[in-house]
Structure formats: C-alpha cells, structure tokens
Write a protein that binds this ligand. Structure first.
Ligand code: FE
Length: 240
C-alpha cells in the first residue's frame, strides 16, 4: 500500500465550532463535506480528544466557517494548535451566535453553515457527526483555502489529532562526507515553527508580542513562544 495516495484527496480548511451551555469552542478541521442535497446535510470528522467533540456531543449542534486563502497562520494556529482547555479562543475573535446557539466565526470566513446533528458514527479515534444544515450564508467572494494551499503555500503542518495525520519518518542521518553547514547565520534569516509551520520573519518582528520589526531570531527573548501555536523558541528551525 502506498499511503501517499491518501495525500491526493482534496480538502478545505474550516473552523468547526460548538457550545456547551455558555461555553464556546472551535477547532480547525479539514474533513467537512456535503452528504446530501435534500435536506441539505453535511458531515464533519472530529477527534474524540478535542474539546469541540465534547461540546458537539452535548449540544448536538455545530457551525462551520470556511476560511479564505489570506487567513493568517496565527489565526489558524489559535484554532488548530491550541486547546480550548487552555485558552478562550473566542476572546479575541469576531463571531456571532447562530440560530442553534453555536458560535459562527466571522473573521477570515468566506461562508458559514450551521447544522443540527442527526446521526453520528463511531470511527476509532474520531466521530463523524452528520448534521442537517439549518442556516447558511456567503460572507465574501474571497477564495476559500484548500488544504493543499495551506500546506504548499502557507507552509502549514498537520496536528496529530487531525483525521488525515500521517506520522513522518525521521530523516536519514547525514552522510559522513557531508559538508558541515556554515555557522554564519544572517541576521535576517527566517525561522519556521516545526509544530505549526508559522514563519518568524525578522523584517516583520512579532508586534503582538512586543517584538519590533528588525529583531533577528537570535535576539528574541528565551521566553518568546510561537504566536500561532505557543511552541517554544527551540521548536524553530532556520529556513534554507
Ligand atoms: Fe507554531
């Protein structure tokens, strides 16, 4: 079997959100699809470990926001690489409460759907929730982000809890005759987070964390963390 054939399946990049009483949470999912047209019905595949799974299980409702290509990695990181058990993801996000009470994320959203769960299927690590669409609208005419675009253009990574996660084989050790890499690093070298794919660009800095433009990666304080996923500085590698 060649598992790379699975990489050829096309997906999008979505926020699936739900509620539990007054508590709100959402997560990135790439596995959202329409099942039938009449009545309009969609399915989502959600990892049982995720807080959003708990909320959908309890409230039986969920919303889906389809993200545009221009969505920043920090925004994807908030929903895709941080847990609602640690942060309130909706604190800094524009959203509105839908007809079902599920929060509909509006930032960077091209369109949204809201659904009531009709059926669910237990599939090992995940549950497929099938929901009838009760509310939907198009918000902008921007292009939706495909999962391929997220990986190829944005440099995004796949978290272990994703339905499509594939463990990467560790890289082969370098050949003995391989030349050592030069020690000299330019001050303006970009560094990428190995966890989520966020790129630190010294020209931009990280103003939200008080890092001024022009700050080289080496000058970042030790306590600085990835603004997208919260990973430590040691999780970054220089981009070639
Ligand atoms: Fe990160």
């Amino acid at each position: 079997m060649n598992p790379k054939a699975l990489y050829k399946i096309g997906y999008g990049v979505y926020i699936v959100s739900s509620r539990k009483g007054a508590l709100l949470n959402g997560q990135i999912a790439n596995t959202v699809f329409q099942v039938t047209a009449e009545p309009p019905t969609i399915a989502v595949s959600i990892n049982k470990k995720n807080l959003t799974w708990q909320y959908i299980k309890e409230s039986r409702v969920f919303a889906v926001s389809m993200l545009c290509e221009a969505t920043p990695m920090t925004f994807i990181g908030l929903f895709g690489f941080k847990s609602g058990r640690d942060v309130n993801k909706f604190e800094s996000v524009n959203y509105r409460s839908g007809e079902t009470g599920a929060p509909i994320v509006l930032d960077h959203a091209v369109a949204f759907l809201e659904a009531k769960v009709q059926q669910e299927m237990n599939v090992g690590t995940h549950t497929i929730f099938v929901g009838e669409v009760v509310n939907a609208d198009v918000l902008t005419e921007d292009t939706c982000m495909s999962y391929d675009y997220y990986h190829q253009i944005k440099g995004g990574k796949t978290p272990k809890t994703a339905a499509t996660f594939v463990a990467e084989k560790s890289a082969a050790p370098p050949a003995a005759e391989a030349k050592p890499e030069p020690e000299v690093k330019t001050a303006m070298a970009k560094f990428q987070c190995k966890i989520c794919g966020y790129i630190y660009d010294p020209a931009q800095g990280d103003p939200d964390s008080g890092i001024a433009p022009g700050t080289p990666f080496s000058a970042l304080p030790d306590g600085w963390t990835c603004p997208a996923c919260g990973a430590a500085k040691s999780e970054f590698e220089e981009m070639k």
